[in-house]
Design a protein around this ligand. Structure first.
Ligand SMILES: Cc1cc2nc3c(=O)[nH]c(=O)nc-3n(C[C@H](O)[C@H](O)[C@H](O)COP(=O)(O)O)c2cc1C
Length: 267
């Protein structure tokens, strides 16, 4: 499946993690089919896949560390699964999973990446997982109430966990000021990517025809790979670039670099 960039680009700004769902509002059948089709068809890397589970979601989500509250009321969830034999599995799962999250957002559904605070054994009992695979993250899917409850507001410190660093803090300055529009749009899209505990671990090195994503030093570890967060930012970069008519290809790199998006190498 090609990236439906016109459909996904506007959702980058719209998406927001939600942790409370309306248990009495099921997801319509046509939306479930669309989401299931996206999970099956959006497989840009052989080592990453997404799987929609519509069984009752009881017991999948654990509670609560600091502001991280238990997810409640979701009628479905999606598991993001990686083949651990791939050296770039974390970024591949981040990239693939975020495609599915943006598709859910385009369907007006709410989501929240959860990596760590879910019961792996419960998820594994609902999905066939091969011996070299692991569920690296999950997301609840459903409808959240239009207005956040006080409980949910408290969990996000009244929206603070949604705040982002300015692009100027994330970019190794190129030796020119007049960056092409596609690079500006891609950096803005990457900046808005979600990350575990909102740590925004990415940095960007800009050249004439490429954006290199790397892991900045410092920031919270939180038992979730920063490369997974960077994979999410990679998808945002490509979606924005495509919206400006730019096609490219990703080249995976060794740590602390993650990957380089090369403009002009037909993706
Ligand atoms: C890889 C990853 C793991 C996350 N894990 C959790 C989690 O375990 N529990 C939770 O409540 N939120 C989790 N989040 C959601 C982040 O806290 C959230 O994306 C971040 O604070 C930015 O807020 P926003 O998504 O509303 O823009 C996770 C996000 C990512 C990308």
């Amino acid at each position: 499946m090609d990236i439906p960039y016109l459909r996904w680009h506007p959702t980058i700004e719209k998406r927001r993690s939600r942790r409370r769902f309306d248990a009495n509002r099921p997801i319509e059948r046509d939306k479930l089919s669309a989401l299931d089709a996206a999970c099956r068809q959006f497989t840009p890397f052989p080592a990453a896949r997404a799987y929609l589970v519509t069984d009752p979601v009881k017991d999948v989500f654990k509670g609560i560390v600091g502001s991280y509250g238990k997810i409640k009321g979701a009628p479905a969830f999606i598991a993001f699964i990686g083949n651990m034999d791939s050296t770039s599995v974390q970024e591949e799962v981040g990239y693939t999973g975020e495609g599915i999250i943006l598709e859910a957002t385009a369907l007006w559904l709410n989501t929240c990446w959860v990596a760590g605070f879910f019961r792996n054994e419960v998820v594994a009992s609902l999905i066939e997982i091969k011996s070299n695979e692991r569920v690296l993250a999950v997301t609840p899917v459903g409808y959240s109430p239009g207005v956040e409850s006080l409980e949910e507001k408290l969990m996000t410190f009244f929206g603070r966990t949604h705040r982002r660093l300015p692009v100027s803090r994330l970019v190794i300055k190129p030796d020119r000021d007049d960056l092409p529009q596609w690079i500006k749009a891609s950096l803005e899209a990457a900046r808005l990517a979600p990350s575990a505990v909102n740590r925004q671990p990415w940095g960007f090195d800009i050249a004439e025809d490429s954006i290199t994503v790397y892991v900045r030093t410092g920031g919270r570890e939180f038992a979730v790979s920063k490369r997974l967060d960077c994979g999410i930012a990679m998808l945002h970069i490509e979606v924005a670039a495509m919206s400006f008519g730019v096609r490219g290809k990703w080249q995976f790199l060794e740590a602390p670099q993650v990957a380089r998006f090369n403009h002009g190498q037909n993706g």
